[in-house]
Design a protein around this ligand. Sequence first.
Ligand SMILES: *Cc1c(COP(=O)(O)O)cnc(C)c1O
Length: 407
Amino acid sequence: MITEKSKPQASPSLDPIPLSVPEIHGNEWRYIKECLDTNWVSSVGPFVERFESEIAARAGTRFAVATVNGTAALHVALLLAGVKAEDEVLVSTLTFIAPVNAIRYVGAWPVFIDAEPEYWQMDPSKVVDFLERGCRWHNGALHNRQTGRRVSAVIPVHILGHPVDLDPILEIARKYGLKVIEDSTEGLGASYKDRPLGSIGDVGCFSFNGNKIITTGGGGMLVTSNEEWARKAKHLTTQAKNDPIEYVHSEIGYNYRLTNLLAAMGCAQLEQLETFVTAKQRIANRYAKGLRLPGISLMREASWASSSWWLYTVLVDNDVFGKDSRQLMRSLNSRKIQTRPLWQPIHLSGAHRDASATKMPIAERLYQQALSLPCSAGLREEEQVRVIDEIRAISAGAGPQEAPLCN
Ligand SMILES: *Cc1c(COP(=O)(O)O)cnc(C)c1O
């Protein structure tokens, strides 16, 4: 159940409307209290196991391993996939930076893939094009023709709650023996051709940070149906301890486990996932009805997809709308409505300037035009109406002509 937050009554129309905030109205207090009452607060405990098995059930994988955050899950996924230093890994350029950073943690290099224009996800045709023409088979592995490096994995990042079109990527990955790591951190509750995200590649990763569809404050999960990989993931995330009594270690491990306290919150949040996804769908539908304005392109859902509508985003065409996405952001901000552009595409990022990059025109245009709108699962209808009305008013004031009311 989503209950309304208590709000000051004086001037409700002036309350700030945040972009995306957690909803904490389920069993969170109860389960966390149970940890405190029983002394099970650390990285072993009944809620860790329960959270793992419940996420595995949702994701449709045999195993799940809880991690301290989504970035740690991605790091471990790359280790499981056997990605080595100086290898190359294909990754979406239009993404939050975490998966690209994780590629560098193992000493490998990102090969950026542009987005497709319809759903803004990794473009499978660009993946195929790079692997078929930009690479050659040599000494039993695929190598980038230009750099000579071995290509060992692909990380499709499902952004904003919508899936990447995975089938062509899986097909070519199988052909060349590449591992597929799904960054499904933004896609819990979404599916591709009726299969839950995270279960389709070799391994999937989730995040439960503060603004994800469910949150533990900070947390993550690695999911896979490969038993050997699941066992290894658990080993690597617990300092690769071979002997729990003697503390003998035969390889370098990490302190990457999630605590029982946070897993308790995760279990409570997961009970509300359907409610959250339904709320996000309702929000998306209302925006789709209310924002049919010249110069605004709406977020869409492919026929083969079921989106969780995690972060509702529109494109603002400056030439038609009369303001660009940043001007609209500032106008809305002055009316206490929080919005945000998408991430700078990572091929433009100073942090990854050493990776080879070409122009990525679609991602660059999306970066210029995209604006994410308030879409917390608990967003009230009157708040959303205020967001829509403000955007319509700005459109009417800024555009070359009155915005027609259409449905
Ligand atoms: C949130 C997110 C992650 C991981 O985030 P953590 O904060 O480490 O849990 C990774 N990739 C993408 C695309 C994300 O949005």
